[in-house]
Design a protein around this ligand. Structure first.
Ligand code: FES
Ligand code: FES
Length: 214
């Protein structure tokens, strides 16, 4: 890139451009940067995996089972869950601790699994969306709340929201709508369907209270 190119990039918008055009350009640029960083990281990890660089055989407790995997020392829990253990219910959105799509519970506490190194959870219990339902197949009350209210659009963010809600509701079983919204503020929805999501999570809270009374 030449100096002239740099100068062009920081020029103010021309008179024919609207603020909407400008914002659209910034958002599209952000998406491109975000995607390329993810692709770069993915290809680096894949290349290292193929060379077997620094792999260590680890056993981690996931959803009540002892699971073994070859894990690189810089590998994230989200990567291990999805690509080594086949638990693709945990989603990768931003891959940099911003969106909450990758939320899992570690010893009952919600964490962004894209920002946790797998080797740090060796002595802990990891719970993913796949481990929420009962062994007999009965859905967790929060999952049932989503079905009752049809709470999501594309549902990409759904596993992260559900995991965060399960942890929050365990500590705060009877929240107001505002309290629950604050409790879930670490999770973002690209479809912007927050009102319906919150209604579904409130129904999940109600389901949890009913289940504990039964
Ligand atoms: S993918 Fe982990 S916070 Fe976005
Ligand atoms: S429903 Fe589509 S990202 Fe949340």
């Amino acid at each position: 890139m030449t100096e002239n190119d740099d100068a062009k990039m920081i020029e103010p918008p021309q008179s024919g451009l609207t603020r909407r055009d400008l914002i659209k350009g910034v958002i599209l640029g952000g998406v491109a940067i975000s995607s390329s960083s993810y692709l770069f990281r993915a290809s680096t990890l894949a290349a290292q995996t193929s060379r077997g660089t620094g792999d260590r055989l680890l056993t981690i407790n996931v959803n009540g089972q002892q699971r073994r995997a070859d894990v690189m020392k810089q590998e994230t829990l989200a990567w291990t869950l999805r690509h080594k253990l086949g638990l693709t219910g945990t989603k990768l959105g931003c891959d940099r601790a911003e969106c909450g799509s990758c939320t899992v519970l570690i010893d009952g506490v919600p964490h962004y699994s894209c920002s946790v190194l797998t080797h740090t959870v060796r002595d802990k219990k990891v719970l993913t969306i796949e481990g929420l339902a009962s062994p007999d197949g009965a859905l967790h009350p929060v999952q049932q709340g989503v079905i009752d209210e049809q709470g999501f659009q594309c549902a990409f963010c759904m596993p992260g929201f559900i995991m965060a809600a399960v942890a929050f509701l365990k500590a705060n079983p009877d929240p107001t709508r505002m309290e629950l919204a604050q409790g879930l503020s670490g999770n973002l929805c690209r479809c912007q369907d927050y009102d319906k999501i919150l209604t579904a999570m409130m129904r999940g809270a109600e389901n949890m209270r009913s289940a504990s009374r039964a």
